[in-house]
Design a protein around this ligand. Structure first.
Ligand SMILES: NC(=O)c1ccc[n+]([C@@H]2O[C@H](COP(=O)([O-])OP(=O)(O)OC[C@H]3O[C@@H](n4cnc5c(N)ncnc54)[C@H](OP(=O)(O)O)[C@@H]3O)[C@@H](O)[C@H]2O)c1
Length: 225
């Protein structure tokens, strides 16, 4: 797949790198430094392609509109306060699958500013008419992503919940979730993000305030099967 990364920070930089290592074509965009985007593009590709240099590698740096153009899927990974700006720069995203890990947090990053009767994911869907939004990856800390990828051949993968309203875009998201090394758990329609987004604050509490460090993932198990 061709994947445009809108927001190349902790989440976008790492997920874009892992998508590239899983064999996808990736365009990193939206950071305050072009040098950072270029470095991500240089370092992301598969070892076999990296040795050929960036020109032939499967990752490159670009603007949000370049990332969106020709993309099969977009990863939206910016702070809530930057969502409007990055979407404006991306331009027309109708018909695109938009996988969002962005949480509707306040500027201090300690409170959800949307909840109960809506979710960040639903608000984003309203901003991109014609785009197919799937909420995914937002329920785990960035620190665990590389470890999950490295352990992807082990039998028991960690879970990752995702939700969305459109079957085709959910299939794309599930494929990307598997590529990173998680077992996708379909939580239903996009409005289920109302439950998933507060759950993330619990995960963050355990990851950042617990004694075991932030490399934390979760696994749901169904007993009685
Ligand atoms: N971090 C986590 O573990 C985690 C986990 C779950 C969900 N989330 C959610 O995922 C989203 C992304 O989080 P993150 O931690 O990846 O954020 P981040 O590290 O701050 O990355 C955001 C990206 O946006 C860029 N950016 C910010 N302001 C900009 C501007 N004015 N112009 C251009 N680029 C700008 C940043 O540029 P620079 O690279 O130059 O800073 C960075 O590349 C958030 O909504 C967050 O709540 C994060």
């Amino acid at each position: 797949m061709r994947i445009g990364i809108l927001g190349s920070g902790l989440m976008g930089g790492k997920l874009g790198t892992l998508f590239a290592r899983a064999g996808h074509e990736v365009v990193f965009s939206y950071a305050r430094s072009d040098q950072k985007l270029k470095r991500l593009a240089r370092e992301a590709p598969l070892d076999s392609l990296r040795s050929l240099g960036t020109a032939q590698g499967n990752a490159r740096a670009g603007t949000p509109s370049e990332a969106a153009r020709d993309a099969d899927a977009l990863l939206l990974a910016v702070h809530w306060s930057r969502v409007d700006d990055v979407l404006k720069q991306a331009g027309d995203v109708s018909g695109k699958v938009i996988v969002s890990c962005s949480l509707p947090m306040n500027d201090a990053d300690d409170t959800l500013v949307v909840g109960h009767t809506s979710s960040g994911a639903e608000e984003i869907a309203r901003k991109v008419p014609g785009g197919a939004v799937v909420s995914a990856f937002g329920t785990v800390p960035s620190e665990v992503l590389f470890g999950v990828f490295e352990a992807r051949r082990k039998a028991r993968r960690p879970s990752l919940v995702y939700c969305g309203d459109e079957a085709r875009s959910k299939e794309v998201a599930a494929e990307l979730i598997r590529d990173v090394g998680f077992e996708p758990v379909d939580a239903g329609p996009l409005r289920i993000a109302r439950y998933a987004e507060p759950f993330t604050l619990l995960v963050a509490q355990l990851a950042y305030e617990g004694d075991e460090g932030p490399e934390l993932a979760y696994r749901f198990e169904w007993f009685g099967k």
